[in-house]
Design a protein around this ligand. Structure first.
Ligand code: GLN
Length: 249
């Protein structure tokens, strides 16, 4: 078994150790004997149709987002087609913002987005920084929590009827007002959670691997569970930190 993972703009969008998400996916796949075929797609590269089972994009400062936004917009149709074809996707913070319709940054410049996620983002004066805890349910009947760290000026607003990733228990989330965080469209997840996200939330890493395998197999694939001692401790510590100090300017 193998999964092909395409990492978008690792040379531009990689803050708060977002690259660590790749390491976690690679390890949790390897522990199950799943080959992890890692590829990168940056400025000027063209996604090959049907190439990847999972796409990943990290976060970045306004400056880096401005450098890649036109190129990402050009890749938009191919990404939308890939996810419509069953590929999974994880987008974090700055990458998440640019998979929406647009990001108006702190200078007032409107960066074009891919328009994949039904949302838009406008930067505010105060940055929303701190630990975050969410309640979410990607698989019906399986409520879970996600713990991470956020640092963004952007306020993201979902379109009416759009599905958030989760409900904010502690932290700011999309905009510090409507109590939700992130966005989910089928096998694609967008979030403000850095940290990196996956080391403290192994269930989401496994969910992404299972989605990627299901795309490649053409049918749902279940992953066998593996021990999660350190990861569970990391999750508990991060969740507790969020409860005690998340969501304060
Ligand atoms: N530059 C964007 C913002 O400030 C995204 C930041 C990030 O990726 N952490 O909102």
């Amino acid at each position: 078994m193998k999964i092909v993972v395409a990492h978008l703009y690792p040379d531009y969008l990689n803050i708060y150790a977002d690259r660590g998400n790749m390491a976690v996916l690679e390890r949790r796949a390897a522990w199950r004997g799943i080959d992890f075929d890692y590829r990168t797609l940056s400025v000027g590269d063209t996604p090959a149709p049907g190439e990847a089972d999972l796409y990943y994009v990290g976060g970045g400062q306004d400056r880096e987002q401005a450098l890649i936004a036109p190129d990402l917009a050009d890749k938009g149709a191919a990404l939308v087609e890939a996810v419509a074809g069953g590929a999974a996707l994880l987008a974090v913070c700055g990458g998440y913002q640019l998979l929406g319709r647009f990001y108006r940054d702190r200078s007032g410049a409107e960066l074009p987005g891919v328009g994949f996620f039904p949302l838009h983002t406008v930067a505010g004066e105060k940055r929303m920084i701190g630990d975050v805890l969410l309640e979410c349910e990607l698989a019906p009947g399986e409520p879970r929590t996600l713990a991470g760290f956020e640092n963004h000026a952007g306020r993201t607003f979902l379109d009416p009827g759009a599905e958030p990733l989760g409900r904010v228990v502690a932290g700011f989330g999309n905009n510090g007002e409507d109590g939700v965080e992130g966005c989910r469209v089928g096998r694609a997840v967008g979030t403000y959670l850095h940290g990196p996200l996956l080391p403290r939330n192994p269930w989401l890493a496994d969910w992404l691997i299972a989605q990627a395998l299901s795309r490649r197999a053409g049918e749902p694939v279940e992953l066998e569970p593996i021990a999660e001692d350190f990861e569970s401790q990391a999750h508990r510590v991060a969740a507790e930190r969020a409860r005690t100090r998340g969501g304060r300017f």
